[in-house]
Write a protein that binds this ligand. Structure first.
Ligand SMILES: Nc1ncnc2c1ncn2[C@@H]1O[C@H](COP(=O)(O)OP(=O)(O)O)[C@@H](O)[C@H]1O
Ligand SMILES: [Mg+2]
Length: 336
């Protein structure tokens, strides 16, 4: 049996239907009406000890709902979850010491206290032995540069500092499994990189099992070997990151702003997909043409004001999976 086993997991939310006007308000009060929203629609997966799994999907796909059920915060509508043989919501207390959770949009740190005070409190709550606590704190301070702000109240920290402090807090008690829910959301590229590096290193050094939700494909490429893609509460892929990388995202979009409009530009191997004023968008494949080559060809002939290369995002990958544009080997894919 795998460390984490999820079978036919469903989460429905009950929503109040709001009628408008005075009569509507009266009706809302006397005969409330409800609809249901299926956020997670029958998901299955297993995760072995030591795996790093990226759980990716667009906003509203059902990622946070799944993580909340895995941690025992939410009770599933139906289906089963087993974490090391225990149910997260029935055996919440027993599971607590084995799990660590980081929510990118919510902090577990005490807002008005210095970060170090939260850590002291966690040490007592989890009964972390002095040696383990000290060793972990030293290690995380070093890896996440906590020294600079550990004595500051949380409310004074930047988003990136708060996130790093939160990640260390979730790992102080040496959990066997850690769930990250969008830990890089809202962060700049450098802050994101730091977190990705840390996640990778912790998995390597401590063998911690990790589930990492994100809507950012780069997070997954840099931290995980396996990925599960969900869309509208349904699993549409479960396999290696390499396979997705081989199949998707050979294409890039180059957006260029020229100094003048009405230029007639032809680039062999690239296709003009859109134009607006001085700006033009070209689609090209990494296999046919190098970005550097493309930029140098253009800049030799024209004056470029601004230029960006857009990576394929998760929405595009999902579109390609549905259209059958990504040919996944059957043994690995879980495309429904
Ligand atoms: N507490 C809630 N009550 C009602 N609907 C919710 C609630 N939480 C999430 N949802 C809805 O469920 C769907 C999945 O949400 P969520 O699990 O947060 O997705 P994700 O984390 O992938 O963005 C969304 O349509 C969202 O609006
Ligand atoms: Mg979410």
């Amino acid at each position: 049996m795998a460390l984490i086993e999820v079978r036919d997991l469903v989460k429905e939310y009950k929503l109040n239907v709001r009628n408008r006007g005075i009569m509507g308000s009266l009706k809302n009060l006397l005969i409330p009406e409800y609809t249901t929203k299926k956020a997670v629609d029958g998901i299955d997966f297993s995760i072995e000890k030591g795996e790093t799994v990226g759980f990716i999907g667009p906003n509203g796909a059902g990622k946070s709902s799944t993580v909340k059920m895995l941690t025992g915060i939410l009770v599933p509508t139906s289906g089963t979850i087993s974490i090391g043989g225990l149910s997260p919501y029935k055996d919440r207390k027993k599971n607590a010491s084995r799990l660590g959770v980081v929510f990118g949009q919510r902090t577990q740190l005490w807002w008005d206290l210095p970060v170090s005070d939260t850590y002291d409190l966690l040490k007592h709550i989890y009964k972390i032995p002095e040696q383990v606590y000290k060793k972990n704190l030293d290690m995380f301070s070093e890896m996440l540069d906590l020294h600079n702000f550990i004595r500051q109240p949380v409310r004074q920290l930047s988003l990136g500092q708060k996130m790093r402090a939160d990640i260390a807090a979730a790992l102080l008690h040496d959990p066997e499994i850690i769930f990250f829910d969008e830990p890089t959301i809202g962060l700049d590229v450098i802050a994101k990189e730091k977190i990705r590096e840390f996640v990778k290193q912790i998995n390597k050094e401590k063998g911690t099992t990790m589930l990492f939700t994100t809507h950012d494909m780069v997070d997954i490429e840099k931290t995980c070997e396996r990925m599960i893609i969900i869309d509208h509460g349904i699993k549409i892929y479960d396999g290696t990151v390499d396979e997705i990388k081989r199949n998707y995202g050979r294409e890039r979009i180059l957006a260029v702003e020229f100094s003048e409009a009405d230029l007639n530009i032809f680039i062999p191997g690239a296709q003009l997909t859109n134009e607006k004023g001085n700006k033009k968008w070209f689609r090209f494949s990494k296999d046919d043409i190098q970005v550097s080559e493309l930029i140098s060809t253009l800049s030799q002939k024209y004056t470029i004001v601004d230029l960006t290369v857009e990576e394929t995002d998760i929405e595009e990958i999902i579109r390609q999976i549905y259209q059958g544009g990504i040919h996944l080997s059957e043994s690995l894919s879980g495309v429904c």
